[in-house]
Design a protein around this ligand. Structure first.
Ligand code: AVJ
Length: 344
């Protein structure tokens, strides 16, 4: 269930280490300082994210899984509507990671149509290997065709049979990491590779609801990103450990603190790493340029992640901006999370 490593859409196409060097140079020289969330997902960051998905405060993963479990039958029937009688849905998943939640949908597709082709796309070869091993061992009837690719840049490997529709899965609230214009561009890129009648299933975390009977308050959100066990803090700080290892920077992790803010104007959770003292950090020369120093004032922070929270109107609008038409959506009984089906 680890999300794909997402490259900043405007970074040049280069190796992972070069991309880390480029991101660090651009982000740490900027005002305010930033680092892209894809930098979280090295090996230990990916392991920490798996732990986050099991935390009591982090409701997202288990809630989306519950929506799939309750509605897989309807979701797949709706996606298959209008398909030729001999056609079968093919499922493709953007940023599949280890695809733990996808199994529910795949099993249902096998139940409805006898067999299914599943094409997970991810930049992590090891995640894809784990995904296909799990699926092949547990769900008979699935043919897995993994593709190592960065879906924000590369065309998807769609090999179609006549009468067959594609259901693209973009789940796990991965879209929430993108600024609105970038989110629209990712969906437009996907849309350009689909045919009329193909569908997209999009998973989005919902904005807090107002009023005295709200199921989701700002406090719910803050707790989900600042858990009592400190796993999310470790996940956030791990980005500095990664830069130390990959680039030879000298971040002292004890001099930074995990901070979470709700930004109501942008409807997003923000994660920051706040410098607890005035300090200077050194970045050695690398493929992206010469050595440089980064000065932090006490209390200054690095903005490491945005996690956008959507109203159902905002989801529909985002889909429309990429030329998708919402057909149906499903939510959990507490309206924490939404899964939306849209047609190309
Ligand atoms: C993987 C982007 C959906 O935004 O909730 C979890 C990442 N960050 N805890 C999210 C994350 C902090 C997660 N996404």
């Amino acid at each position: 269930d680890v999300p794909t490593t997402i490259f900043a859409p405007d970074a040049p196409l280069i190796s992972i280490t070069d991309a880390v060097a480029f991101e660090a140079r651009v982000g740490l020289s900027a005002t305010p300082k930033t680092l892209s969330p894809w930098l979280f997902y090295d090996e230990s960051g990916s392991r920490l994210f798996e732990q986050i998905t099991e935390l009591p405060e982090y409701y997202l993963t288990r809630t989306e899984r519950g929506i799939f479990a309750a509605n897989a039958d309807e979701i797949l029937r709706e996606a298959a509507l209008g398909q030729g009688p001999s056609g079968k849905l093919t499922l493709i998943e953007l940023g599949a990671g280890t695809a733990t939640k996808t199994g529910i949908l795949l099993a249902e597709a096998v139940r409805q149509q006898g067999s299914v082709v599943y094409q997970p796309v991810d930049v992590s070869e090891t995640a894809l290997a784990e995904a296909s091993e799990n699926i092949l061992a547990n769900i008979p009837g699935v043919t897995v065709r993994s593709q190592v690719a960065d879906y924000t840049r590369e065309a998807l490997p769609l090999n179609r049979l006549p009468d067959t529709r594609t259901l693209a899965l973009y789940i796990g609230s991965s879209i929430g990491n993108f600024m609105p214009e970038d989110a629209r561009d990712v969906l437009r890129n996907l849309r350009a590779q689909l045919l009329p009648g193909d569908t997209l299933l999009l998973g989005t975390d919902l904005a807090p609801n107002g009023g005295p009977h709200a199921n989701k308050t700002v406090a719910t959100l803050l707790a989900a990103y600042d858990d009592a066990a400190g796993v999310t803090a470790a996940f956030n700080l791990n980005v500095l450990a990664r830069l130390n290892r990959d680039l030879g920077t000298d971040f002292a992790l004890a001099n930074f603190q995990h901070r979470v803010r709700w930004n109501p104007a942008q409807s997003r959770i923000e994660m920051h790493l706040e410098s607890v003292i005035a300090q200077r950090v050194h970045v050695p020369a690398n493929s992206s340029g010469p050595a440089f120093a980064v000065d932090f004032a006490r209390g200054e922070s690095i903005h490491t992640e945005n996690s956008y929270k959507f109203t159902s109107a905002a989801v529909e609008e985002l889909l429309a901006s990429a030329n998708f038409k919402k057909t149906r959506s499903w939510e959990d009984p507490q309206h924490l999370f939404a899964v939306t089906l849209a047609t190309a």
